[in-house]
Unconditional design. Sequence first.
Lengths: 179, 224
Amino acid sequence: VNTTEVSGDFGAIVFTDIVGFTRFNDVEGDDVAVALLERQEAVVRTALPDCGRLVTEIGDGLLLWYTDAAAALLSCFEMQRGFEEESAHGLPLWVRMGVHWGCPRWRADDIVGRDVNLASRIADLAGAGEILCSDAVVGAVRQPDEVSFESLGPVFVKGIADPIQLHRASRIAAQVGSP
Amino acid sequence: MPDVSRLVVTSRSADVHVVATDAGSLAVQGAGLDVLPDGTARITSRPGDKKVSVACATGSDVTVATSSGDVVLEGSLGSVMVSTLSGKVCVERAVRLEVRSGSGKVEIDTCAEACIVRTASGRLSVGRATKLEVAGVSGRVDVADVDVANVRVVSAKVAVGTGAGGDVNVHTVSGAVDVTVPKGCCPNTDLVSLTGRSTCDCPEGDDAQIAVRSATGKVRVRHR
């Protein structure tokens, strides 16, 4: 029997979602769809740092957990780069991502709770290749030199009463000649 | 009424109607108004409000968020951001625009600079845009006239019009793609349809750059 635990640990909760997967599956068939899922997971595993882990797979999406917000975003940028490369050589692997910083409940190896739901809802708002995040993520990034945030204003998300402040995360390109 | 530099309107289900005029004064009906020290006017609908009406100065920056309310923005605005889960969106004229929409129809008349649209299943129509970026799932995308376009949709039918000097890039999984150029325009095309049919009815040249990639959709480039 699983028990739900409050660890008290904050972390970055990341949802990935393949855009239009159901339609893609319908058009291309199960074999191609399964191959697409495997391509997604391979890219994600390659980009996971030590402070990150793949929590679970939910349909065509993945739930990831990181103990460091900046590392989570850098890892997301790396994944999107990998997805772009994959898309250039075959059928499109368009992935949208939602990130929230929070304190979920642990249920065995899974995480649940409002913060997890919010990360999922943020992913729903993203377009292909986009990484959207909550205000809490912006506040939790302690080394913003490699990450920039663009405020997208308030947005409503399904199942949550009040609008949340949404941001788009981008990687700041390294300066030429910098160490 | 104090001077405001930016409007932020939030409304769960009430429709939002913003009109920009040269008269310039801010007026709000059907919602609460709170002007922050930085000049931002925060306009929030109250329970029971059916419609939020806002008059503002031409060129104002506007952000609107609704859950199910429709959004209509009339007149010339500056930087505009609209998000809605299921409402319809109609924007007459903006300098910069970003729309995030779930299932509602999106209509954009003119956007002078960058225009970004994210849709899930609604129909998108754009009159004139300088630089357009669309990411969508299904529905239909109609763009009458664009200089630079980057469109990524899963199964939407896409129709894009461009002119000499245009640069159009469309990527779909299954939707048909139709790109039109003016008579006499000879575009440089890179058309790939893995299992569909791709045709260019125009003579090849270097007047415009058109790249279309589709897994199963039919691709056609032609004169209008």
